[in-house]
Design a protein around this ligand. Structure first.
Ligand SMILES: [Zn+2]
Ligand SMILES: [Zn+2]
Length: 200
């Protein structure tokens, strides 16, 4: 059986929406600061910012971000097989008890199930996700060089095995080809006119 990860706020006794297939992205903090060189200690905010700027705002990452905003400053933990001691002390988690309530803080109407695509207007090349994803809608947008640099710096160099992610859904899953080769496209067209859009 596969491990799944859950996130909850101890102070509010509230469970976060699941990220991907029972996974996570970073530690549950909105901070965009690199607080450590350990990839396992990178905050959600640090890892999510480049995805957000590229337009890769998946429903579950957006829902998770909304949870972190609501519980900012509270004691929020992500855990897998081992339950944090704070949860045991507060009897928030009983190993036989499933999470009772998950907060849904985003509006379905703001999302569409479409293909994510990058296009270089200078070269005419495109780079498209192989499957549709449930993403926050946006109009065609320019992807400036500083956004490409931000992505390459924060996510381009991370190894998927280093514990900063687990079971993310396909369009942002670093083990799948789309994200694996995204840095190649971004590097090749870094100083060109790149746009992102959602297509049918
Ligand atoms: Zn809270
Ligand atoms: Zn180009």
């Amino acid at each position: 059986m596969s491990m799944t990860c859950s996130t909850a706020c101890v102070d509010c006794r509230a469970w976060a929406p699941e990220v991907g297939f029972g996974g996570y992205l970073g530690v549950p903090s909105l901070s965009a600061e690199r607080l450590s060189d350990d990839p396992e200690e990178l905050p959600f905010g640090f890892l999510y910012e480049p995805l957000e700027k590229l337009g890769l705002r998946t429903y579950d990452l957006e829902a998770f971000k909304a949870f972190l905003i609501r519980h900012n400053g509270h004691r929020v933990y992500t855990f897998g097989d081992s339950i944090p001691v704070e949860f045991k002390e507060m009897a928030l988690v009983d190993s036989t008890e499933a999470p009772t309530q998950r907060e849904e803080l985003v509006d379905d109407a703001d999302f569409e199930e479409l293909f994510y695509q990058l296009e270089c207007l200078s070269c005419g090349e495109t780079y498209r996700a192989p499957d549709e994803a449930w993403l926050r809608s946006f109009d065609r947008r320019d992807i400036p060089q500083h956004t490409i640099d931000l992505y390459l710096e924060r996510l381009g160099s991370l190894c998927p095995d280093d514990g900063w992610n687990y079971r993310l859904e396909p369009v942002v899953n670093p083990y799948l080809e789309f994200i694996e080769h995204l840095p190649d496209f971004l590097k090749a067209h870094r100083s060109h006119h790149v746009q992102a859009k959602l297509v049918r």
